[in-house]
Ligand binder design. Structure first.
Ligand code: NAP
Length: 237
């Protein structure tokens, strides 16, 4: 997929990785970048077009797809993570919100924008996934479940949209320097580096992008011996 000249839409583009995606797309030569945000007044970077977008509101998502009918590259970046375990969580609220945003919200976006991408020649649809799309960590189990569901969506869409020529890319990353992982004192990769690596993967028509070194290591460790991987997690938690 050629980024130069593309018309992109990034969800959750007012801060964090989404903001980095929007800037990296402009640097890579995208002709137009819609910056989707729940509060578009918080999109302040020059060069992007702020668009009101709450991905959990299906009617608003459909309206945005009508408004942005020239999109050729969709980046589903918006997401939430409430650091909530399955059993010890005080209620189901976090689990519902994570599934509603990360899975159903992304699905609303994919359903609304797939015809747009198809009408514009195929284009590309990118879902921002995580290493916890592959395994579940006890500290944020319900987030892991939602990112695993989003991975299943990504892999299914790739087959479903092949006929219309849409490239479907899953981007995997470990910890990123954004608000989402701010409470964790662990090594992280900058949002700029993740965005650049993801866009390079899209340009190279990769189905899966391991956007940092840690994601490639975790993928290999799980393939080698998943039992040993989980035993390591159990020892640390
Ligand atoms: N940070 C990490 O370590 C990490 C690692 C792997 C993958 N990821 C994934 O990377 C993506 C970006 O995360 P981030 O680290 O940039 O998180 P972040 O700093 O918390 O930013 C999340 C963004 O998503 C937006 N958002 C949340 N719910 C939304 C909704 N219903 N509709 C529209 N926008 C919504 C937020 O908007 P508001 O400002 O309105 O809240 C914000 O712009 C997520 O999909 C996340 O799962 C993150």
């Amino acid at each position: 997929m050629q980024i130069k000249g593309a018309t992109a839409l990034v969800s959750g583009a007012n801060r964090g990785l989404g903001r980095a995606f929007a800037q990296a797309l402009l640097q890579a030569g995208a002709a137009k970048v819609y910056a989707g945000a729940r509060d578009p007044s918080r999109v302040t970077d020059p060069g992007v077009i702020p668009v009101a977008l709450d991905i959990t509101d299906p009617n608003a998502v459909i309206a945005t797809a009508r408004e942005c009918s020239d999109v050729t590259l969709l980046i589903n970046n918006a997401g939430v993570m409430w650091m909530s375990p399955f059993i010890a969580a005080p209620s189901m609220e976090a689990a519902r919100d994570e599934m509603m945003t990360n899975y159903f919200g992304t699905l609303y976006m994919c359903r609304a924008f797939s015809p747009v991408l198809g009408a514009n020649g195929g284009g590309a649809l990118v879902n921002m996934l995580s290493v916890v799309s592959w395994f579940t960590h006890p500290m944020n189990g319900s987030y892991c479940a939602s990112k695993a569901a989003e991975r299943a969506l990504t892999d299914g869409l790739r087959l479903e949209l092949a006929e219309q020529g849409t490239l479907v890319v899953g981007v995997y990353a470990s910890f990123i320097e954004t608000d989402m992982a701010a409470v964790l004192d662990v090594p992280k990769t900058s949002a700029d580096a993740i965005a650049r690596s993801a866009i390079e993967g899209v340009a190279n028509k990769q189905y899966e992008v391991f956007a940092d070194a840690r994601s490639a290591e975790i993928k290999a460790a799980l393939a080698r011996d998943a039992d040993a991987f989980y035993a390591g997690l159990a020892r640390k938690s």
